[in-house]
Design a protein around this ligand. Structure first.
Ligand SMILES: NC(=O)c1ccc[n+]([C@@H]2O[C@H](COP(=O)([O-])OP(=O)(O)OC[C@H]3O[C@@H](n4cnc5c(N)ncnc54)[C@H](O)[C@@H]3O)[C@@H](O)[C@H]2O)c1
Length: 371
């Protein structure tokens, strides 16, 4: 697909929408974008320029390329003005009624084959499509933050999404330089779901009395760029809590147990970097403990188990899951690669040991999917 051949629409010019607009505009697509909030429309171009200028200053982007990107973005006042777009991506408020209302309003003015993509992190794509005249053109295009930097985009089909819609979304996004991983419409898609044990098992260890420094240092020693508790500090304990509660509400399993230590952290307002104090922040991990390899094995075993559960539900491949976690979370290896490194038997034994020792509220947390 040549970027000149189709126009991309973007609704919502906040953190994600502006980043998504930048991705396509930089790749040569004409982008029509809008936001319900007037100031967000009025300053979108200035914010895009401010995002690009440091790259020009560093020599990573030419001034001409920056101007070309800016010239490809047209901000319009109402979503109806996106009628010319072949693919419209929404990055608005994360509520089902907001997204359904927007898509219904768009349907009144767009061609039946125009693809409607949602950037939702936590809502069901099937539910967003429900009630539309043409639900078959609805899909998920889940970008990661910051969208211009993160390579991965999860492409989410609901059971009725057409191949034509998926192909158009995939081709346009790949042409814009992203790596697409297909996944079914399940809570957390791939990355947000398969990442849970990285945080959860660290919180379990913390509740068992290990220090945040020991836990994070163990994962650094195993090759991870950032330890799980420092990662919670970076993202925000409140965001992490909401993501875990979302999965627990959707899947109801001790694998998504919401640890008291996380709730207490949020209640105390120690959300991490944004509040100046987190599990570890402003400190950094000290030296790795003697049993660092055991801690890393435990966390990687639970990561592999979650990935095995998702794989067992269908619609994804082990390669896709590995790639998604490496690209989406900067993990040094995917969960299946980690399991292979430790050998499947050791991973199985580790999970059996954890299950045997699990306190009542965590019983069944470590069970593998039945094969
Ligand atoms: N922030 C992230 O890390 C992240 C990552 C992946 C996906 N997402 C998803 O992307 C979406 C947007 O998130 P964000 O972080 O960019 O939010 P944001 O608050 O930064 O931006 C949302 C923008 O949408 C506008 N908006 C709200 N309702 C609207 C409507 N009905 N019509 C038009 N514009 C409307 C707001 O004015 C705002 O400018 C959400 O669905 C979120 O779950 C966020």
């Amino acid at each position: 697909m040549m970027p000149e051949s189709i126009t991309i629409g973007v609704v919502g010019l906040g953190t994600m929408g502006l980043g998504i607009a930048q991705v396509f505009a930089a790749a040569g697509y004409k982008v029509l974008a809008t936001d319900a909030h007037e100031p967000a429309r009025a300053n979108a171009r200035a914010r895009l320029r401010a995002a690009l200028e440091p790259r020009v200053a560093k020599g990573a982007l030419t001034a001409e390329a920056m101007e070309a990107t800016l010239a490809n973005l047209t901000v319009v006042d109402v979503p109806e003005a996106l009628a010319l777009a072949s693919l419209i991506i929404e990055a608005i408020l994360e509520t089902l009624p907001a997204k359904q209302t927007l898509f219904a309003a768009l349907e009144a003015v767009i061609a039946p084959e125009t693809v409607l993509a949602t950037n939702t992190s936590s809502l069901s794509v099937t539910a967003i499509a429900e009630g539309l005249n043409h639900p078959e053109r609805v899909l998920g295009l889940h970008f990661f933050n910051p969208a211009p930097v993160m390579k991965l985009v999860e492409l989410v089909a609901h059971p009725g999404t057409t191949e034509a819609a998926l192909t158009l979304a995939r081709t346009a996004t790949e042409t814009a330089g992203k790596t697409i991983i297909a996944c079914p419409d399940r809570p957390g898609f791939i990355v947000n779901r398969c990442a849970r044990p990285y945080y959860g098992e660290a919180l379990a260890l913390l509740e068992e009395g290990r220090t945040a420094s020991d836990i994070d240092a163990s994962m650094l020693a195993a090759g991870y760029r950032i330890g799980p508790l420092s990662l919670i500090d970076l993202i925000g304990a409140d965001i992490n809590l909401a993501a875990t509660e979302g999965l627990q509400a959707a899947i109801h399993h001790p694998r998504y147990h919401v640890f008291d230590v996380l709730k207490a952290q949020v209640a105390a307002g120690h959300l991490g970097r944004k509040t100046g104090r987190g599990f570890l922040f402003p400190d950094v991990p000290a030296a790795a403990p003697k049993d660092a390899a055991e801690i890393a094995l435990r966390i990687e075993a639970t990561l592999a188990n979650e990935a095995a559960w998702l794989l067992s539900e269908g619609g994804v491949t082990s390669e896709g899951i590995d790639k998604a976690l490496k690209l989406g979370l900067n993990f040094p290896r995917g969960p299946f690669e980690a399991a292979a490194l430790h050998h499947a038997d050791l991973v199985r034994e580790t999970l059996e040991r954890l299950e045997a020792a699990a306190p009542p509220h965590l019983k069944t947390r470590y069970l593998p999917p039945s094969t």
